[in-house]
Design a binder for this molecule. Structure first.
Ligand SMILES: Cc1ncc(COP(=O)(O)O)c(C=O)c1O
Ligand SMILES: NCC(=O)CCC(=O)O
Length: 442
């Protein structure tokens, strides 16, 4: 078993972290990577293959972070790597149209129900996808106000850094400094899983709300599934009010089903935002919808959106190969079975050690809270015992399992997580829960 947190074993990561802190704010290039809420310090990753990340200290950790979602097919999938190498030989970037991006756009539109017969625009991150989709929704409707959920995270555009989940929740900066009040003046908030709160906002601001943006399965306040009827009700309300329903499927796209949450739950939004898996580990985001709305984007229409590296050939090669492999291998049934084996096994072991626990699995996405009973929104997620989460996180890491270092994140299973990896994870959890129960008793 990998004793990652053994002082000696972390020596190189410690050295690197000290050096990183001198030249990179907080030593990390994205705040979620810091171990701010779980204590300790981040392991530095040398390489990753399959379901493992290998640290600079030589530990091979079973990875449920999956690069924060993209690694559905496991790390360094040989066919994806080969596609990128082949593309690289032909040039790294042209800033011009390519044949591969047409194939890619066609395949994305084939996968995602709301894009069938519609159009998709490639960008370079999930942040760009949501930011652009909201600009488009505002341009299309001629309205300014938008609705988001408390604890929802849609990237770091100014207007969306209000009650933001993920790292903003972890670090307790849900409304960021540096965002002018005017930038968020038109951002309205509702609790997740509460469609009536949405209806009330439309009643209070008739004809003013351009769009609601929602993670159809919340993944940035921990993992919280939609209550039955919630997404359907959002669809009804937005249709009635002439507003744009935006599903932020940056995390759920290609993960909770091949066609994302909209396929899984049978609710079709107007606009869909994609990221993470769509790039197969390379920087890609995308947003799309029906021709009528998408034709408002420049150069067809008046809504401006651009990008030097949009449709970058290496990114397109990785994304295209990833989607082709999903289409060829149809991994979602097996992914879901593996995810359920994991969450059921965790629940059994938590119960065995008398630990209050609730878990969620949707497709290949999962989460857990240290609280008894279901969690429906961000306020309820915050009731989880965060000290216990921190202790569990470091006990698991010590036993060779790498989980996202925050209660307000989701976990990701890949096709590379085989029975042995899941069993090893459950054995680690047994030990971790035992340590937690022992600490509580003493
Ligand atoms: C649901 C959701 N939307 C948007 C984003 C932003 O994507 P990116 O980090 O690629 O900018 C993320 C994750 O970061 C996300 O989980
Ligand atoms: N769930 C939150 C993210 O995926 C964020 C990743 C990052 O900003 O590094």
């Amino acid at each position: 078993m990998t004793e990652h947190n053994d002082g000696r074993a972390q020596a190189r990561s410690k050295e690197l972290f000290a050096a990183a802190c001198e030249v990179i704010p907080g030593g990390v290039n994205s705040p979620v990577r810091a171990f701010a809420s779980v204590g300790g310090q981040p392991p530095f990753i040398r390489k990753a293959t399959g379901c493992h990340v290998v640290t600079e200290d030589g530990a091979a950790l079973i990875d449920y972070v999956g690069s924060w979602g993209p690694a559905l097919l496991g790390h360094a999938h040989p066919e994806v790597v080969e596609a990128v190498i082949k593309a690289a030989r032909d040039g790294l970037s042209f800033g011009a149209a390519t044949a591969a991006e047409v194939d890619f756009a066609e395949l994305i539109c084939e996968f995602v129900p709301s894009l069938r017969g519609g159009m998709v625009r490639l960008v370079s991150s999930g942040t760009e996808a949501t930011m652009s989709a909201l600009r488009l929704a505002r341009g299309y409707t001629g309205r300014n106000k938008i609705i988001k959920c408390a604890g929802g995270y849609h990237g770091h555009a100014d207007m969306l850094l209000v009650a933001a989940g993920s790292g903003a929740a972890t670090l307790n900066i849900p409304g960021s400094a540096g965002v002018p009040p005017d930038a968020v003046h038109d951002t309205l908030l509702v609790p997740y899983n509460n469609a009536e709160a949405v209806a009330e906002l439309f009643a209070a601001h008739p004809g003013e709300i351009a769009a609601i943006i929602v993670e159809p399965v919340a993944g940035n306040m921990g993992c919280i599934p939609p209550l039955p009827g919630y997404l359907e009700r959002l669809r009804e309300i937005t249709r009635r009010e002439g507003a744009v329903l935006i599903f932020d499927e940056v995390m759920t796209g290609f993960r909770v089903a091949p066609g994302g949450a909209q396929e899984r739950f049978g609710v079709t939004p107007d606009l869909t935002c994609l990221g993470k898996i769509v790039g197969g580990g390379m920087p890609v985001g995308a947003y799309g919808g029906p021709r009528e709305i998408m034709s408002k984007i420049a150069p067809l229409g008046p809504v401006y959106q651009a990008g030097t590296l949009s449709g970058n050939p290496l990114s397109v090669a990785a994304g295209l190969e990833t989607l082709r492999l999903i289409k060829r291998d149809k991994p979602h049934e097996a992914l879901e079975a593996a995810t359920l084996r994991l969450t059921k096994g965790l629940a059994e072991r938590a119960a065995k050690h008398g630990i209050a626990w609730t878990d969620v699995a949707v497709g290949a996405m999962f989460g857990f809270f240290f609280v008894a009973g279901e969690v429906h929104d961000y306020e309820e997620a915050k009731r989880s015992d965060l000290d216990r989460f921190a202790a569990f996180h470091s006990e698991m890491l010590r036993r060779g399992v790498y989980l996202a270092p925050s209660q307000f994140e989701a976990g990701f299973v890949s096709t590379a997580h085989d029975d042995a990896a899941i069993e090893q994870t459950l054995a680690a959890a047994d030990g971790a829960f035992e340590a937690l129960a022992g600490a509580a008793a003493s």
